[in-house]
Design a binder for this molecule. Structure first.
Ligand SMILES: *[C@@H]1O[C@H](CO)[C@@H](O)[C@H](O)[C@H]1NC(C)=O
Ligand SMILES: *[C@@H]1O[C@H](CO)[C@@H](O)[C@H](O)[C@H]1NC(C)=O
Length: 196
C-alpha cells in the first residue's frame, strides 16, 4: 500500500496537468476543422473554337466554353474579386477577357456555371514561325492542346470575412480536334486550382 502511494500520486498529478492541455488541443482541433475553408472546384464541361480549322491561323474567332465552379463548403461563402479568363496555345496568349466584371459572391454549396464566349486570334502576325509550324503539325496529327486559365483574388467568409486575400490560379487543359470541337475524354475534367 505504502509503496504504491508515490507512483499513483505522480500519476494523478500528471493527469491534472495533462487533461486541460489535451482538452485545449481538442478544442483547437475542432475549431480549426470547422473554420477551415475548402478551395472551389472547377470542371471543364465544354470548350470549342469553331474557327480552328484554317491552317493559317484564326482571327477574331469565337472561343466557347462552359466551366462549372463549385463551392464545396457547407458554411463558407467565397468572394471572387474580378475574375479574369485567358486562353493559351502553349505559351502563346490567344484571348484574355473578364469573367466577372466586378466581384462575385458564391454561397455555400453553390455551383455557378460560367458559359462564356471569348474572341481569340492566332495569326502569322501574332505568333512566331516555330509556334505556327507546331500548330499546323498538331492539326494534322488531330489534337491541338489549349489551356484555359482563370485568375482572381479570393476571400472566404464564415462568420466574419477572412481578412487575407488569396491569389487563385486555375488551369484547365483541353484537347481539340481539327474541327475545333473538344475531344471526348476532356469533357468534365477537373481543372488544377492553385492558391498562394
Ligand atoms: C454547362 O454545363 C452544365 C453542367 O454540365 C450544364 O448543366 C449546362 O447545361 C451546360 N450549358 C450549356 C450551354 O451547355
Ligand atoms: C448559385 O448562385 C447564383 C448567384 O447567386 C445563382 O444565380 C444560382 O442559381 C446558384 N446556383 C445553385 C445551383 O444554387
Amino acid at each position: 500500500m505504502v509503496d504504491n502511494k508515490g507512483p499513483s500520486k505522480r500519476k494523478l498529478m500528471f493527469a491534472i496537468i495533462l487533461t486541460p492541455i489535451f482538452a485545449l488541443g481538442l478544442i483547437f482541433l475542432v475549431l480549426w476543422l470547422s473554420l477551415r475553408a475548402h478551395n472551389p472546384k472547377f470542371h471543364l464541361q465544354e470548350f470549342s473554337i469553331p474557327g480552328l480549322g484554317q491552317t493559317n491561323g484564326f482571327q477574331n474567332s469565337h472561343i466557347v466554353f462552359n466551366v462549372t465552379v463549385q463551392n464545396p463548403n457547407r458554411r463558407a461563402w467565397i468572394f471572387y474579386k474580378a475574375m479574369r479568363g485567358s486562353v493559351y496555345y502553349k505559351d502563346h496568349l490567344i484571348a484574355v477577357e473578364p469573367v466577372f466584371h466586378s466581384h462575385y459572391y458564391q454561397g455555400p454549396k453553390n455551383t455557378t456555371v460560367l458559359e462564356r464566349v471569348f474572341c481569340g486570334t492566332m495569326t502569322a502576325s501574332t505568333v512566331n514561325n516555330q509556334r505556327r509550324l507546331e500548330f499546323k503539325s498538331d492539326l494534322v496529327k488531330g489534337t491541338v492542346m489549349f489551356s484555359l486559365k482563370f485568375t482572381s483574388d479570393v476571400k472566404y467568409r464564415k462568420s466574419v470575412w477572412d481578412t487575407t486575400e488569396h491569389r487563385m490560379r486555375v488551369k484547365c487543359n483541353v484537347g481539340l480536334g481539327p474541327d475545333g470541337s473538344m475531344l471526348h475524354h476532356f469533357r468534365g475534367k477537373r481543372c488544377h486550382v492553385h492558391f498562394k
